[in-house]
Design a protein around this ligand. Structure first.
Ligand code: NAP
Ligand code: ZN
Ligand code: ZN
Length: 346
């Protein structure tokens, strides 16, 4: 199947129009017309090789919302016309402890990422979501609730699940205090979910002008970190702090804000090292952890949660020829709060 999209041909090149082939349907595959594709900061990190050697040509994109156009002979889960989403991974071993627990995102034989990855045959490069269509194993696609706007849903497939999963895992709920560092694509979804789960929610942002938006999304407090001394004097009262920042920041002042047994979770992946002092970890038995997207069952749970709470991403809808500007603006923290490409413009 011919696919029209945008690709990075090298780590130094701007993204350009690119035509390529998608595989013929296998028995468990579905084909879809992509309607919308979100731009995640991970797309930028990978297209620019900030996480190490990458596979080119690269069609980025792992926030995909579209409509099923064909199903393979063994597919029972979907039918033509269904609205479905594809996220950050499109395959895994299906037999390890993590996969059997519905956590293919933590597969011991590594997930096959939606792009910048090889399929299970070890040689076919996976091509991502910046394109007008897709073919995917039905086990890695999820149903989109009918009441939600498709463009606002696309970012849920990465930004949404990546914040929903740790909030649920570490028990964000009424009576808990949650901090979200960075009000970008991921962070703004974290604020919406944390508030919807009933947690008292604080945003730490280096962009003071985002305060009104943060509060409108459900945050209870906004701390401007433009002046690093702004954290001084704050009490150690957070149960959970999620770091969604795409650049390296000093984590040590945030460890000090955790209460007894509190946890700081790494979500942002700058590709750089983060020096950590052991002292604050010891002093209140605090934990430092990490979290990577979420499994397919939880992806469906998150979408259903969004359906019942009317939650979607705040987006700026763009045409495909704006992708390179959108990358620069994302790096400058200048997006409200996710760029989404209209796939009709590929
Ligand atoms: P994004 O939209 O660019 O948001 C990142 C936010 O971080 C910015 O909006 C900004 O928030 C803050 N920030 C950026 N540069 C900063 C700096 N120099 N100092 C302090 N704060 C800064 O990016 P995203 O798409 O949300 O992704 C965020 C990170 O998570 C990326 O590294 C991405 O690769 C990673 N990620 C991880 C997973 C996972 O599974 N763990 C999944 C997806 C993405 P303020 O303006 O509010 O300060
Ligand atoms: Zn992503
Ligand atoms: Zn596995």
């Amino acid at each position: 199947m011919k696919s029209k999209g945008y690709a990075a041909l090298t780590a130094k090149a701007k993204l350009t129009p690119y035509v390529f082939e998608r595989r013929e349907l296998r028995p468990n595959d579905v084909a879809l017309d992509t309607q919308y594709a979100g731009i995640c900061h991970s797309d930028i990190h990978q297209a620019r090789e900030e996480w190490g050697p990458a596979i080119f040509p690269m069609v980025p994109g792992h926030e995909i919302a579209g409509v099923v156009t064909a199903v393979g002979s063994a597919v029972k889960k979907f039918k033509v016309g269904d609205r479905i989403g594809i996220g950050v991974f499109v395959d895994s071993c299906k037999k390890c402890e993590a996969c059997l627990a519905g956590l293919g995102n933590y597969c011991y034989e590594n997930m096959t990422a939606t792009y910048n990855s090889l399929e299970r045959d070890g040689k076919t490069p996976a091509m991502g979501g910046y394109s007008n269509n897709h073919v995917v194993d039905a086990d890695y696609a999820v149903k989109i609730p009918t009441n939600l706007d498709m463009a606002g849903v696309a970012p849920l497939m990465c930004a949404g699940i990546t914040l929903y999963s740790p909030l649920k895992h570490w028990g964000a709920a009424k009576g808990k205090k949650v901090g979200i560092i960075g009000l970008g694509g991921l962070g703004h979804m974290g604020v919406k979910f944390s508030a919807a789960l009933g947690a008292n929610t604080t945003v730490f942002s280096h962009s003071p002008h985002k305060e009104a938006d943060a509060l409108a999304m459900g945050a209870h407090h906004f701390i401007s970190t433009k002046d690093p001394s702004s954290l001084k004097g704050m009490k150690p009262e957070f149960d959970l702090i999620l770091n969604t920042v795409s650049a390296e920041i000093d984590l040590n002042p945030y460890l000090e804000l955790l209460k007894l047994n509190g946890t700081l979770v790494m979500i942002g992946l700058s590709g750089k090292q983060y020096p950590i002092s052991a002292g604050p970890l010891l002093q209140k038995r605090r934990s430092l952890s990490g979290s990577q997207i979420g499994g397919v069952p939880e992806l469906q749970e998150m979408l259903d949660f969004c359906g019942s709470h009317n939650i979607v991403s705040d987006i700026e809808l763009i045409k495909a020829d704006y992708i390179n500007e959108a990358y620069e603006r994302t790096i400058a923290s200048d997006v409200k709060y996710r760029f989404v490409i209209d796939a009709a413009t590929f």
